[in-house]
Each structure stands twice: as C-alpha cells, then as structure tokens.
Design a protein around this ligand. Structure first.
Ligand SMILES: [Zn+2]
Length: 272
C-alpha cells in the first residue's frame, strides 16, 4: 500500500481506528511525519477476535490494565500500544492539496460535517472547484455532499475527491484520491498527478488553426533543463521557472499561461 492508498483506507473508515492495523506499512510513518494522519490516545472500542463470535467490545481500564470484557473469555487484557487510535487530519490534507494546486478560495474548516472545499483553480471556461468527501458509496454520502454544496457559490466545473465510491453530484465529477494524487515521502508533500481541469471536463482551448508559436521552443526548453539537471522537482515551481526563462529567451513570442506550461511539463516528463 502506498501513502495515498493508506491515507484513503484510513479516510474510508470515517473515524478513529487502531493504528496497529496499519502501522506496519512503511508509508504510515511518512504520513505521520507529514501531519496527514494523527495518533490519539486509546480507541474506545475494538472487535474481539479471540473468541468464536467476533463482537464489538468497549475498551476499559481496570486494575492498571487496558482491555475489554468478552462474554466467552471474560476480561481480555490488551497492551496500550495495540490500542492507539489513528485518524486522517483532514484540515492538513485539504491545505496540502490546495498548496499543490495553488488554489484560491480555500477553506480550512469543513463546509458541514464531512464535506470540505479544498479551493478553486482558474480555467479557460471558468473556475474549477475542488471538494473532498470521505466516501461516495451510499445515498447518504451523496445527500451529505448535495446539502453542503447547496450553500456554495455555483461553479460550472468541480471535482469531488473521495477515498472510495463513484456516486456523483452533477455537474461535478468524482475522482478517487489515488488516481489524482501522489505523495513525495522525501519532501513530505502531496502533489497532483492528474490534470484537474481535464478531469472536471473543461473543454480544451482551440488554437484557431494557427500553430502555437511557443510550442517548439517551450518543449525544447523543458527538455533542455531536464537534460542539464536543472529541472525542479515540483511541477508548479518548474513551470514558474520555465516561464521566467522563456520570457527572457524568447521576448518576441507570447509566453503561454502557467496551466499550459504545467501541462507541457507533465507531458514531456511522462515521455508522451
Ligand atoms: Zn470475544
């Protein structure tokens, strides 16, 4: 399980779960360090798996020991280390995604109980707004999203990120976390691996038949920086650096917009 899959698995639980069930994955520590998941004191209950009939059991602290009562086995003691709770930190997650996309109209608190607005990015056809909802599997999830969106400024395009489930709230599109995000464990940061505007259905801008003057010099500049080892790791920062270099090298050619340059960087990096 990579970091995004692990984060999504925890998000899908919609509450605190025992860290011991997830902490053996290498990505666990990276997510903790990045502040994307948080550990808490002991869980309030767990599933008893020591008797013949798995059942939910309330954790109690008795005679200096943690444990629970099982109808079959009586008091079952558990070391505290096996009872530590873990949960995604959605406020941190939302703000890191907003950073990765350089979003405006960010919101650091949920719109209602479960729906978060990450922020908005501009496109040629209007703003694309990003939201997060833990799961979109049941009618109840969808009702929650729709209720939260009702008080939002209308936008023609939007993407709702979720850990699992494919229900949609048109005109917005639902996207799975691990299809659009990746986690750089060295930098401890999230980055976008998909074009949010394209996912949201923003139509590609037509160039009116005239070939893009910038296309060739831009592609060559991106490749040159990469071959000289000057390319910056983050797509955003690299695109910004390219724009600066492009303008100084080709003052007579209109420099394309940041999203366009980002698209070219992605295209050339992926080798297509
Ligand atoms: Zn039991």
């Amino acid at each position: 399980m990579d970091a995004i899959q692990l984060f999504a698995a925890l998000l899908a639980q919609r509450g605190r779960v025992r860290s011991v069930e997830y902490s053996s994955f290498p990505a666990y520590d990276n997510l903790i360090k990045a502040g994307l998941i948080e550990e808490f004191s002991v869980v309030s209950s767990m599933i008893c798996d020591e008797c013949d009939h798995p059942h939910d059991a309330k954790i109690v602290f008795e005679g200096s020991q943690y444990g629970y009562y099982c109808p079959q086995l009586g008091f079952v003691s558990k070391p505290r280390s096996e009872l530590i709770a873990v949960q995604p930190n959605l406020s941190a997650f939302v703000s890191q995604v907003a950073d990765a996309l350089d979003c405006k109209r960010r919101k650091s608190a949920p719109l209602d109980k479960d729906t978060w607005r990450i922020g908005a990015i501009e496109s040629t056809a209007g703003d694309v707004v990003l939201y997060l909802h833990p799961t979109l599997q049941e009618a109840r999830d969808l009702r929650g999203v729709q209720a939260a969106l009702a008080s939002e400024v209308r936008s023609p395009f939007g993407v709702i990120l979720t850990s699992s489930g494919t229900l949609t709230a048109p005109p917005f599109v639902t996207a799975q976390l691990d299809d659009v995000l990746s986690f750089d464990s060295k930098a401890g940061k999230l980055s976008m691996v998909a074009d949010v505007r394209a996912i949201a259905g923003v139509p590609e801008q037509r160039t009116g038949g005239r070939p893009n003057e910038y296309e060739r010099p831009l592609s060559e500049l991106i490749a040159l920086r990469a071959s000289q080892g000057r390319a910056l790791k983050g797509r955003n920062v690299e695109a910004r650096a390219i724009i600066v270099e492009f303008k100084s090298q080709f003052p007579n050619i209109d420099c394309p917009s940041l999203p366009t340059v980002q698209r070219y960087v992605t295209k050339i990096r992926s080798g297509s």
